[in-house]
Design a protein around this ligand. Structure first.
Ligand SMILES: Nc1ncnc2c1ncn2[C@@H]1O[C@H](COP(=O)(O)OP(=O)(O)OP(=O)(O)O)[C@@H](O)[C@H]1O
Ligand SMILES: [Mg+2]
Length: 305
């Protein structure tokens, strides 16, 4: 197809009664987050935990990741420039613009020293601001276990089964915000023994009870291979949002056995594999300009007061 017709085939997929072939268009269109959000009506009163991450290639429907419909934790992967940080910006705004700080809190860890995220500093959901030091990150991650146990006893004392039920209960003793732990450039620090041990320990202890306790992890790495991410750790991050990767091998690691991410086009072109959903969802992440981010952060901050 490429040599004879100059057509770049991205994927060939069997579907019931159909063979579906995706081909690169001569010109790509940039999707804008604010336009995409026009089609979104998140729930207003009780907060929202369905994150809008992309638009589906097949039918332009919206792609959501949710810790209740899908797995509680998420892995993002993609080579440099593939659009991981832009995806994470979309995720942060998805949380901050649809929840008050009482409904959702964000812990943002960025070893790259905040170049992608400085515009988010002012978000009231962020609490202590962006974490850029390894020791601070270790302390915060270790603190999550205690927080999970604390949450568990509050949920139990109120005879509920999870935070969502607790927060809906009119006579609850305490309400608990969902806690989103968003970690960019995760591999950067995994070469440090203490760091990788802390992360492995925290993630494995968070797997069983985290969904009920409302603590959700979103980790991004360029290549989630065994050196930076032991298999056990990777398997605990059940939702996969995979952007373009360098090789078939990396695609198989990132998507849990499937090729295809090496043929994605970059700049937010994504293959999502979500727990509870068969097969890969090919989709496009929308883009945010820095002015749009500033406007949305200002809007999220003013409504929070
Ligand atoms: N969804 C998108 N739509 C259009 N362009 C995009 C999109 N995502 C990323 N890009 C383009 O690619 C550039 C790099 O994106 P981004 O910083 O998110 O990559 P990254 O995967 O985080 O890279 P690194 O590993 O180097 O941090 C952006 O500045 C933008 O120009
Ligand atoms: Mg980045």
């Amino acid at each position: 197809m490429l040599t004879t017709h100059s057509l770049n085939v991205i994927s060939v997929r069997p579907e019931p009664g159909v063979v579906s072939i995706s081909i690169e268009r001569p010109q790509r269109q940039t999707l804008h987050t604010l336009d995409v959000w026009q089609q979104w009506s998140p729930p207003a009163a009780d907060g929202n935990h369905r994150l809008l991450v992309a638009v589906k290639e097949d039918d332009s429907s919206l792609v959501f990741v949710s810790p209740t419909d899908n797995a509680p934790h998420t892995l993002i992967a993609g080579s440099t420039g593939s659009g991981k940080s832009v995806l994470m910006q979309n995720i942060i705004l998805s949380i901050a613009c649809t929840n008050t700080p009482e409904q959702a809190r964000i812990i943002l860890i960025d070893p790259k020293m905040g170049v992608d995220y400085f515009a988010f500093e002012g978000l009231p959901h962020l609490g202590d601001g962006i974490i850029e030091e390894q020791e601070h990150a270790i302390e915060t991650l270790n603190g999550l276990i205690e927080e999970m146990n604390r949450r568990y006893s509050i949920i139990k004392a109120n005879r509920c089964s999870n935070v969502f039920e607790l927060n809906r209960k009119s006579d609850a003793t305490e309400r608990l915000p969902c806690l989103w732990v968003i970690h960019d450039e995760f591999a950067e620090w995994m070469m440090t023994e203490t760091y990788s041990q802390t992360v492995a320990n925290v993630v494995s202890r968070l797997t069983v009870k985290a969904r009920a306790a409302g603590i959700f992890l979103i980790f991004a790495a360029q290549r989630p291979d065994n050196q930076v991410m032991p298999m056990q750790l990777r398997s605990n991050l059940g939702n996969r949002l995979i952007l373009r990767v360098d090789s078939e091998g990396t695609s198989e690691i990132a998507l849990g056995g499937e090729k295809g991410a090496e043929r994605l086009l970059g700049r937010g072109h994504m293959a999502a594999k979500l727990e509870g959903h068969m097969g890969l969802i090919y989709c496009q992440v929308p883009m945010l300009s820095s002015t749009e981010i500033a406007q949305m952060v200002a809007a999220a901050s003013s409504t929070a007061k």
